[in-house]
Design a protein around this ligand. Structure first.
Ligand code: SAH
Ligand code: SF4
Ligand code: F3S
Length: 467
């Protein structure tokens, strides 16, 4: 697992994490160990990747990462606010940390709840010393210096910065797939969504900087990269090169050593034929597009301010289905948006039938602070939202069973990422982002690409054997 630590590892004074892990776990709860940090992350892949960069910033300042909050000198909590439950979790976790400050431990709140609640966090949890949103992470070294100097209420809450968060070193968690943020923030204004408030305006990263990082991760042995952005396909290269998103995809795939390129999340409005053309031209671009619909009803889409109709969304699907190879399509759906009628729900259910998604992520609408939909009438009762969610999930289960049954007997290339505790059992992802659990008599398969023949299925995964 040496690859878990990458860019600039050699320059670290800290030892590798497994040793730290052991010492942290072995140590009884007690006074803070200066120069150590514990970092817990909730939320989306962008948050996960931000944490990898935050850990990199800390490690390049000489901090060691530990796996337990017990005695960590610095406890950081990278938070999510997308639905109410996620945000509530933050305050209950902070409650657990109440006694930590007295033991000399410093507590910081990062991410979307930090940005959303700002200095109010100090009122609700006075034992917190640092509150910093993602748009201020470029200032982290400066903010950390203030925290180290004993400052009690350090904040990074500006979102009017045009800086993207780039680091000299990133401490990557996933040893097989390297995440790279190419665009931060969001300029869309979906009426239910906190992200434009919590992550600030859209800022695209320079194409040459992205390509430089791709080269670095390829040299470290990563063969799969995933480009990230809340609206990744709204990428607008700020350099004079003015690379289109589709051109950037091709340039990333051209870097020596790169074998798979993924990107997420695409906004339907900015999804163009150029992207499909690039996928047709370059097989290293994975057979998968995540294209959140949110609803199948044009009336609800309008209330959500999604900027497309059902028909326009279906045109984008037709564009993807027109590719020369089968591309798997996944989506996000919200049920129970204020005023959603039975007829609207029926349209969402029929969208599932029309598109036959490979997977869906469905959520019950959750009212969020600052958002326009907060003041909309006709809230749907919680039990009714649950009923609608169950209907959607049942329909999708049937669709996936049918799709998966069609894969039996087919062979897929899998990047092996997990060794099961059961002997000879492994799992990994196909290019179309399906999980296959499979058996193989070979050993040392982790990180390798192998051909797997599908022999069975469940609604959520495939079962197979090494071909
Ligand atoms: N930028 C991405 C999505 C980011 S949030 C996009 O535009 O597609 C991930 C998903 O959370 C969204 O696609 C949406 O389905 C869901 N979501 C966002 N706000 C929500 C809310 N207030 N209630 C319930 N689900 C929400
Ligand atoms: Fe939220 Fe819409 Fe932006 Fe996605 S595109 S992050 S749903 S505002
Ligand atoms: Fe959550 Fe923020 Fe991501 S609200 S989903 S962590 S952008």
């Amino acid at each position: 697992m040496g690859k878990t630590f990458d860019i600039g590892l050699e320059s670290l004074t800290a030892g590798p994490l497994p040793a730290n892990r052991r010492s942290a776990l072995a140590m009884p709860s007690g006074p803070a160990v200066r120069g150590t940090f514990f970092l817990e992350t909730f939320g989306c892949q962008m948050n996960d990747h931000d944490s990898e960069k935050v850990a990199g910033v800390l490690m390049s300042r000489g901090y060691r990462q530990v796996e337990s909050a017990d005695t960590a000198g610095l406890i950081l909590y990278n938070t999510c606010s997308i639905r109410e439950k996620a945000a509530q979790k933050v305050f209950s976790r902070l409650g657990e940390y109440r006694t930590k400050q007295a033991q000399g431990q410093v507590i910081g709140v990062l991410g979307c709840v930090a940005q959303q609640e700002g200095e109010d966090i100090f009122e609700r949890a006075p034992w917190v010393s640092l509150v910093c949103g993602s748009a201020s992470y470029s200032k982290l070294p400066e903010l950390l210096a203030q925290v180290e100097a004993g400052n009690q209420r350090v904040t990074g809450l500006e979102t009017d910065t045009d800086a993207t968060f780039e680091t000299e070193m990133t401490r990557r968690d996933n040893p097989w797939r390297a995440y790279l943020t190419i665009i931060e923030g969001c300029d869309k204004a979906c009426s239910y969504c906190v992200v434009p408030y919590t992550r600030g305006p859209e800022r695209s990263r320079a194409s040459n900087s992205i390509l430089r990082e791709v080269r670095q991760v390829a040299e470290l042995g990563y063969s799969e990269v995933q480009l990230l952005g809340q609206t990744v396909n709204s990428y607008a290269d700020p350099t004079s090169r003015k690379m289109r998103f589709s051109e950037l995809l091709l340039a990333v795939a051209d870097e020596p050593g790169i074998r798979r390129v993924r990107f997420t999340t695409s906004h339907p409005k900015d999804f163009t034929q150029h992207i499909v053309d690039a996928m047709d031209a370059q097989p290293k671009l994975c057979n998968h597009v995540h294209l959140p619909a949110q609803s199948g009803s044009t009336r609800v889409l309008r209330a959500m301010q999604r900027t497309y109709t059902r028909e326009e969304y279906l045109e984008k699907i037709a564009m993807i289905r027109g590719a020369r190879r089968p591309i798997s399509i996944t989506t996000d759906i919200i049920v129970g948006f204020p005023g959603e009628t039975e007829a609207d729900l029926a349209e969402t259910l029929s969208l599932l039938d029309d598109v036959k998604y490979d997977a869906i992520f469905a959520f019950k609408y959750s009212p969020r602070p600052h958002t326009p939909s907060l003041s909309m009438n006709d809230a749907i009762p919680e039990e009714e939202k649950s009923r609608r969610l169950a209907l959607l999930q049942e329909k999708q289960r049937e669709i996936q069973m049918e799709r998966h049954a069609g894969f039996i007997g087919m062979a897929f290339e899998v990047l092996v990422s997990t060794k099961s505790r059961k002997e000879n059992h492994w799992s990994g992802h196909t290019t179309c982002h399906r999980v296959i659990n499979f058996t193989s008599q070979e050993t040392a398969l982790l990180g390798k690409y192998v051909q797997v023949r599908v022999t069975g299925m469940t609604p959520n995964s495939l079962v197979g054997e090494h071909a």
